[in-house]
Write a protein that binds this ligand. Structure first.
Ligand SMILES: [Zn+2]
Length: 139
């Protein structure tokens, strides 16, 4: 019974290292480790494909390529420091646009409120129109 797992193994069952894959290919692993690797390869498409890829390149080239990839990823993950002025201008432009919109909408609202306050509010009722207080019956 070898059910294929739909997902790669969890952290508890880490992927095979490149070194281990090479030692497996060269038959340098002890029997138990070889069995573990084969079991993992049955369950894990990622490592199976890695093994296939590694079998196409010699170890020294693969290690060099891995070094290059790691260096590239590290370089990409560090924020680039150039073009800061351009980025600052873009950020300040965005802030200015937001401020402009806020001020503009505030002015429009203020204008609308002032307009309606001057024309459409009903006048305050004069004091004389209040209903007279009925005289108390004294019977
Ligand atoms: Zn794996």
């Amino acid at each position: 019974m070898t059910d294929r797992k739909p997902f790669p193994p969890s952290v508890a069952e880490p992927h095979l290292s490149v070194d281990k894959l090479y030692r497996y290919m060269e038959g340098k692993l002890p029997a138990a480790a070889t069995h573990e690797v084969e079991q993992h390869l049955l369950d894990c498409d990622l490592c199976a494909e890695a093994l296939e890829g590694l079998s196409l390149v010699p170890q020294s080239e693969a290690e060099h390529a891995l070094f290059d990839i790691n260096r590239y990823v590290r370089k990409r993950s560090i924020r680039p420091q150039k073009n800061t002025i351009l980025r600052d201008i873009r950020n300040w432009g965005l802030i200015a646009a937001i401020l402009f919109l806020l001020i503009f909408s505030a002015v429009v609202v203020w204008y609308q409120v002032n307009q309606s306050a001057g024309s459409t509010l009903p006048p305050a009722p004069p004091a004389s129109t209040q209903a007279p207080i009925p005289a108390p019956h004294t019977r």
